[in-house]
Design a protein around this ligand. Structure first.
Ligand SMILES: [Zn+2]
Length: 167
C-alpha cells in the first residue's frame, strides 16, 4: 500500500470510530436522562413526576405533564405518584408535595418560541401540556420562598390536579 492509501484508510477508521463512540455516548445519555413517554421531552431530574402504572414506573417530564397522564389514565390507572422537590431532587409523594404554578421558570418548554398567529399578529403560545409550569416542593415554606422569587401561585396537590384538569 502506498503511504497515501494508508493515511486515507486510517482517517476513515478514525471517523468510523469517532462516530460510533459519540452515537454510543448519545444513546447512553438519552437512557440516563430518559424521555417523557407522554410528550417526548427530556425528563429533567429535578422536575420528574413518576407514576406507578400496572406495577412499573414511568417518569413524566414535569408534574403538569404527569398529572395530565394521571387524570386521563394515559397508560392505565396510576397506583401511586411521586413528585420531585425542585430544590433537592428528592422524591416526594405527590399528595404531600406543594406546588407553584406559573412561575417564571419554564423547565419543559425552555427554548420554545411563542407562535405568531394571523391576522391579528398577536403572539400566543400553542397549547402545551406542560404549561403553565408546575414546580413541586417538599414543604409549603419552600414553595412560598420560590413563589416570592419567581411569581406564580402556591397550590396543594388537590388544587394542582384541579388546575391541570381545567387547562
Ligand atoms: Zn412530558
Amino acid at each position: 500500500m502506498k503511504t497515501r492509501e494508508i493515511v486515507v484508510t486510517l482517517i476513515a477508521l478514525l471517523a468510523i470510530g469517532a462516530t460510533s463512540f459519540f452515537a454510543y455516548r448519545y444513546e447512553q445519555r438519552r437512557d440516563m436522562a430518559g424521555m417523557c413517554p407522554f410528550c417526548d421531552r427530556m425528563v429533567h431530574p429535578v422536575t420528574a413526576y413518576r407514576l406507578k402504572v400496572n406495577g412499573h414506573e414511568v417518569a413524566a417530564c414535569c408534574p403538569r405533564c404527569g398529572m395530565h397522564a394521571q387524570m386521563n389514565q394515559e397508560r392505565g390507572k396510576p397506583e401511586a405518584a411521586w413528585a420531585t422537590d425542585v430544590n433537592t431532587g428528592e422524591s416526594v409523594a405527590a399528595e404531600s408535595a406543594t406546588y407553584v404554578e406559573g412561575g417564571d421558570v419554564q423547565y419543559c418548554a425552555h427554548g420554545d418560541q411563542a407562535v405568531a398567529r394571523e391576522p391579528h399578529g398577536v403572539s400566543v403560545r400553542e397549547y402545551d401540556r406542560c404549561l403553565p409550569t408546575l414546580a413541586a416542593f417538599k414543604t409549603p415554606q419552600e414553595a412560598e420562598t420560590y413563589q416570592q422569587q419567581h411569581g406564580g401561585r402556591v397550590l396543594n396537590y388537590t388544587q394542582a390536579l384541579a388546575s391541570v384538569q381545567e387547562q
